[in-house]
Structures are given as C-alpha cells and as structure tokens.
Design a protein around this ligand. Structure first.
Ligand code: DP6
Length: 389
C-alpha cells in the first residue's frame, strides 16, 4: 500500500476520547475493463482488469473517519449530505475492517493506537470532481473509506484490496499507484481476487492523461445494474471473459513494461470499444456513449491516421466522458486540435484545468486532413493530469 496521505491521527486516549484520521485516495481508469460479476455479494469479477491510477492533485476523494465511545451509531456523509449507513456495500467494508482489527488484536499484532473497534464511527467523504459522471467516484470513494478505516483501527493487511473490492469492484485498484491489475482469482471466498501493482507510478513518466468532460449529468444506467444485465443477456461478454481478456492482460502488461505507446494505445482503444460493444449486445441495450463521444473517437482516429501512428488513445467508462492517454510530446498539439474542433464557450472559465499544457500551432494541412466540422461547446472542459506520483 503506497503513497496515501494520512493527514491527522489523534490517539484514542485524548481528552474527548475521540480518534480522527483523514486520508485521500486516487481515481483509476481501466485500460482493460472490468465488466461482469461471477458473485454479486462478494463482488468477484468474471474477468481480470488493468488500470492506470491518476494523480491526486486533480482527482481525489478525501475521507475523514472519527471514532468515539460517545457516538451512538455509525453515520456517513458524502459530499456534505448524510447517506444511509445501512447500504450493504458500506456494511461489508465496515464489518470486514472491524473483523481484521479484532483478529489482529487477538493475536497481539495490532498497532497500539488501534482505536477501540467496538466504538461507532462517523465518516465524512468529499470528492473534488463530479460524482457519478463516469469519473469512477466509487473507486476512489471506497478505496479511501477502507484505507482510512484501516488506519484508524490499526489494520495492516495484504487483503485490504479484497475489502475495498466489496465496496465497489474497481475500488480495489485505487489502493495502488501506477499500473495496477486486478486478478480475478479462483477461490470461492474471493481471498485471491486482489489488486496488485504491475509497475510503479514513476515507470512511465511521459504518459499523460486528459479527461474530456462532455457532460456532468448523472449516468442513466449505473455500472452495477448495467453489468448485471450484460451477464444475463450478452453472449459476447462470455466470449470476452473466456477468450479475449486473458490474452489482452498479458499483452497489456508487456506493452506497459516496454513503454510501447502505439501498442498500449491501440489495445486501450480496442478494449474500450469491446466493452461498449457488449453494452450494445446487452438486452435491452445500454448506451453510455453519446454523439460527442463518437466525435471524439473519430477525431482521435483521424489525428492518428494523419501521423500514420497511434499518438493518442481514448477510453470510455460507463458514461460519455472520454479519457485520453498520450505522451507528453504530443500533448500540446492534441489539446490544440481539441480546442479547434470543439471550440469552447467563451465565458472566462478556463477550458483546460489541472496540469498546464503549453500552447501549440496547428498546421493548415492537419486541420484540412482531419476534415471534421467543428462542434462549438461540445466539450465543457478538459482536466489535464498524469499518472499518480
Ligand atoms: C466501466 O467498479 O463501478 O468503470 O463493482 O458494481 O461497483 P461495481 O462496479 P464498478 O464498475 C466499473 C466499470 C468500468 C470498468 C472498470 O473500471 O474496470
């Protein structure tokens, strides 16, 4: 477990009998997608997946957990609003962490400031990005919750990602930085369905990420119910899980280790396309991509075609926003291409948020060869970020 930011930790025996821990956790974006469960209670996937963890300066969840003998019940606030603590996934995470903590205490293993595991907790969690807009807020949310609870209760375990997984499948990958795989595992109890780091955050420093936000609206079909219907109805999904993903996982790990961007980009796009093909193969079909997503896909292919190599790659989760992977050298020009073909609203708000992108000139030839009608205000804003350091 690396690089989490633990801000406050007051020992339990302070004056008010209150312990407080605050941690942050990152978002991750899959390049080999997780879609479908073989066990819905334990959240065990039907295929392995692989993701890139993003830098927390631009996208993160911050969670504070307080624990006191004076608290009457467990409570949780998400982005300032109290939510139902009886949500079964929240309950699984709380119960699992408390079970680990008891186990450690019984074996005399626990770090001494492990707050009393019998005390109730108050949890407060905020994101610095819109929830449920296809930006994987459940991943950073549950990773942060589980990690913060583990700090509060003095739990250190290889199994922490299995606990986060029971909050939301993709959350297990947010416990590590860099390039992370979630191995599907074979055990019925899910103990071997864990995340592990493939390469660290510093392995490929030239890799850059852009999130093209086309809509901040809540998605129509959540991933949980969407993948449930896909498992029930899509034959393609079975083929993907049995045949396609096992070889793609190996290939993805290889191209990341070789820092082979054209191969990484091509595989990333193909896997995103296959995931959305499965959504169409689901009955009734699920549409996560909209017109703007399709235009972004065309733009990326035309741009790559102009250079005769894959310089930029897209991937889409359960929503219309695009996540673009590219290399630092190609970033300024591609952002300028996006600006040209999706002229932003001129209202003073910055179009590119996050990491600064240098300006670049576009050649007339490039604009002509891309040959697309500009779509004014098609993209609301861009978040410029990179792999978590
Ligand atoms: C398309 O992890 O949100 O983003 O396990 O039901 O909570 P649950 O689903 P979730 O699904 C993420 C799906 C995805 C692909 C991915 O992140 O691998």
């Amino acid at each position: 477990m690396t690089d989490f930011c633990k801000l406050v930790n007051m020992p339990e025996n302070d004056k008010q009998g209150l312990s407080v821990v605050t941690c942050t956790a990152p978002v991750n974006i899959a390049v080999i997608k997780y879609w479908g469960k073989r066990d819905e209670d334990l959240i065990l996937p039907i295929n392995s997946s692989l993701s890139v963890t993003l830098h927390q300066d631009q996208l993160k969840t911050t969670t504070t957990v307080a624990c006191s003998r004076n608290f009457q019940q467990d409570r949780i606030w998400l982005n300032g609003k109290e939510e139902d603590i009886n949500n079964p996934r929240l309950q699984s995470c709380l119960q699992e962490i408390r079970r680990f903590s008891r186990k450690r205490r019984n074996t005399g293993d626990s770090t001494s400031d492990a707050s009393s595991v019998s005390h109730k907790v108050h949890i407060c969690s905020v994101n610095n990005f819109p929830t449920a807009a296809g930006l994987a807020s459940s991943a950073s949310g549950y990773a942060c919750l589980v990690y913060t609870l583990s700090q509060l209760f003095g739990v250190e375990s290889e199994q922490l990602s299995a606990v986060a997984r029971q909050g939301s499948g993709s959350a297990c990958r947010s416990l590590y930085g860099g390039f992370v795989q979630w191995k599907l595992g074979t055990q019925l109890d899910g103990k071997d369905s864990l995340a592990e780091q493939v390469e660290s955050e510093s392995y490929w420093p030239e890799l850059r990420v852009l999130i093209l936000v086309v809509s901040a609206e809540q998605k129509s079909v959540g991933s949980t119910s969407g993948m449930h219907t896909s498992v029930e109805t899509s034959q393609l999904l079975k083929y993907r899980a049995d045949v396609v993903v096992p070889s793609r996982m190996e290939e993805m790990i290889r191209v990341i280790r070789e820092r082979d961007f054209p191969a990484f980009g091509e595989l990333t796009m193909k896997d995103s396309n296959q995931f959305h093909a499965i959504c169409l193969d689901t009955y009734p079909p699920i549409f996560y991509l909209n017109n703007m997503s399709h235009r972004i896909i065309s733009l990326v292919h035309r741009y790559n075609q102009y250079y005769g190599e894959t310089r930029v790659a897209y991937t889409f989760d359960a929503g219309p926003n695009a996540v673009i992977y590219t290399l630092q050298d190609h970033l300024p020009e591609f952002v300028q291409v996006v600006r040209h073909f999706f002229p932003p609203e001129v209202n003073g708000e910055e179009f590119v948020k996050g990491l600064t992108v240098c300006s670049a000139d576009l050649s007339e030839e490039l604009k002509r060869d891309i040959n697309m009608e500009p779509t004014p205000k098609g993209i609301r804003y861009i978040i410029s970020t990179k792999v978590k350091h």
